[in-house]
Design a binder for this molecule. Structure first.
Ligand SMILES: Cc1cc2nc3c(=O)[nH]c(=O)nc-3n(C[C@H](O)[C@H](O)[C@H](O)COP(=O)(O)OP(=O)(O)OC[C@H]3O[C@@H](n4cnc5c(N)ncnc54)[C@H](O)[C@@H]3O)c2cc1C
Length: 316
């Protein structure tokens, strides 16, 4: 079994940031990064709001670069998903999904664990969504936008991600319908201003998608709500769903305390109430939901873990 000081669970910017910082502090560190490291940022064409990158940077550049940086600093990146955490007398064993078949070989023993499993895009849970997934129902605007040149598309959601991806689509599609459940957009002012300035984007407030229609591919959406022109069917060739996030914390049930949304509860130094377990990034309660914040969380959690390894002190 691999033995380290700090194990990290999660291959997004928070987990990679934690692994990088832990290695820089001279700690033996192994990170379970899942199959494809990078997390939600990996498919973002231009990550906005990063200090020093006024034009943004592509997720597919930033994420592999950060992973390489962590590995160059000495962190091990394991392309496995963590399936379970088992407490030992003096720390934790992290078992991986693939490792369960290989026994101890696929497990990591560590004094402390930084949990950074992030979150995934929520589904609408409406008829047609599963059947037409990959046939016009998508969670990746940058991947599919070039295929939709001159077409009509819809984006579901009213937050930053929905606005950002609507703008990505507007660079290719003929019209983009932004379908918002609430009475106003929730996105930061900077995104709202850009949405207003893009004439291809039509914003529909207080609408709900009830069903996704189509045989081989998406043909239309069935809508309900107080939309301006009273339509009940909107003809589109694709629909992109950015209607909230669900934390990837099911595997922690009964191990670490979670809040009502399933996020890991931590104190100001990112320690959970359970000795040796810390959390960073989108999966922890109170996260700001931004890339810089997630990376900073990873760093801060690695420092807190480093101090714990020095002084063995834990609150409570
Ligand atoms: C469409 C969209 C656009 C965005 N654009 C921006 C932007 O422009 N600027 C910005 O600042 N923020 C942006 N964000 C927010 C940003 O993506 C998140 O703040 C950031 O990705 C959070 O990083 P994270 O590491 O906490 O989680 P994630 O990015 O979710 O990464 C977690 C990773 O851990 C993996 N994982 C989960 N469970 C396990 C497990 N058990 N074992 C191993 N690995 C596991 C996941 O598969 C994933 O790869 C955007 C988000 C979306 C959805």
């Amino acid at each position: 079994m691999t033995e380290v000081d700090i194990a990290v669970v999660g291959g997004g910017i928070a987990g990679l940031g934690a692994a990088l910082q832990a290695a820089c502090l001279g700690r033996r560190c192994a990170a379970f990064t899942g199959g494809v490291p990078g997390g939600l940022l990996l498919s973002i064409e231009s990550i906005q709001g990063l200090p020093g990158h006024p034009e943004g940077i592509a997720g597919y550049e930033l994420c592999p670069m950060t992973q390489e940086q962590a590995m160059d600093a000495g962190a091990q990146c394991l392309p496995d998903e963590a399936a379970a955490l088992v407490p030992t007398g003096n720390g934790w064993i992290v078992r991986s999904v693939a490792g369960s078949e290989r026994g101890a070989e696929g497990s990591v023993r560590a004094r402390c664990v930084i949990l950074a499993p992030g979150s995934r895009l929520r589904e609408l849970d409406v008829p047609g969504e599963q059947r037409l997934a990959g046939k016009g129902v998508s969670h990746c605007a940058s991947c599919d936008a070039p295929l939709l040149r001159g077409r009509a598309v819809a984006v579901v959601g009213g937050g930053d991600a929905a606005c950002q991806e609507a703008l990505t689509l507007a660079a290719h599609a003929a019209e983009v319908h932004l379908l918002v459940r609430g009475a106003a957009l929730r996105a930061q002012a900077v995104w709202q201003a850009r949405i207003q300035a893009q004439r291809k984007i039509v914003c529909h407030l207080q609408v709900r998608v009830e069903a996704i229609l189509g045989d081989a591919t998406v043909r239309a959406l069935h809508l309900s709500g107080a939309h301006a022109d009273g339509m009940s069917e909107l003809a589109v060739d694709a629909v992109f769903v950015y209607a909230g996030l669900t934390p990837n914390t099911a595997f922690l049930d009964g191990v670490a305390p979670l809040d009502a949304q399933g996020r890991i509860i931590v104190d100001a130094t990112l320690r959970s109430p359970v000795r040796g377990l810390l959390a960073a990034g989108n999966a922890r309660a109170g996260a700001c939901g931004q890339a810089t914040g997630a990376a900073a969380d990873g760093q801060a959690a690695a420092w807190a873990a480093h101090r714990f390894l020095e002084n063995d002190a834990w609150p409570g």
